[in-house]
Design a protein. Structure first.
Length: 192
């Protein structure tokens, strides 16, 4: 199933559910939970430099070993990212006390950015929270809120302010997100 959201600034969020079969999801999950996690921060703002999270950085070789973009299920969204360069690949391991701030994924005004988020947890109950929110550019309205749906893929304009929300105290699992950020140079006079 594909759902498309258009923000008030005409930026696109695409949501893909049920694209990977159970066997592939299990393989992705096992690879991701067995990754090496370390403290990191995902901000350029000095006032937030003390906000640490657990993440695992992936290389292009790691991505190849995972087989995520080569899988049969990825064919449904691969055209969205063809022609884009990979900027970063990582897995975020979120716990209930993480300081998840609203951010954008690129601060270079000469670059376009597209972000892919995959929810690799095999089980996630709605009451465990862990939503991903997307706001308007003024940061005063939520434009879309995605439940954490196991197996869901979200591809969006990385300049849309967004944040992951902490899982609830009753969650029985870490909240993992697999993220690939893509970039390409802006073509003058174009937003694509």
């Amino acid at each position: 199933m594909i759902k498309q959201i258009v923000t008030t600034n005409n930026k696109i969020i695409k949501i893909y559910d049920d694209v990977f079969p159970y066997v592939e999801r299990t393989q992705f999950h096992d690879f991701i939970i067995n990754s090496y996690y370390r403290l990191s921060h995902d901000t350029t703002f000095l006032e937030h430099k003390g906000d640490y999270n657990l993440s695992s950085a992936y290389s292009k070789d790691d991505l190849e070993k995972l087989g995520f973009l080569q899988s049969e299920g990825a064919k449904i969204f691969i055209d969205e990212i063809n022609g884009w360069d990979i900027l970063q690949i990582r897995v975020n391991l979120c716990v209930q006390s993480d300081p998840n701030r609203i951010h954008v994924d690129v601060d270079d005004t000469n670059k376009l950015c597209k972000t892919l988020i995959y929810y690799p947890n095999m089980i996630w109950e709605k009451e465990w929270n862990g939503f991903t929110i997307f706001t308007n550019d003024e940061l005063n309205e939520i434009e879309y809120c995605s439940f954490y749906v196991p197996g869901r893929v979200i591809i969006f304009d990385g300049t849309i302010p967004h944040a992951s929300c902490a899982s609830s105290i009753i969650s029985k699992s870490y909240r993992y997100t697999f993220v690939i950020q893509f970039t390409k140079d802006k073509i003058i006079g174009s937003n694509k």
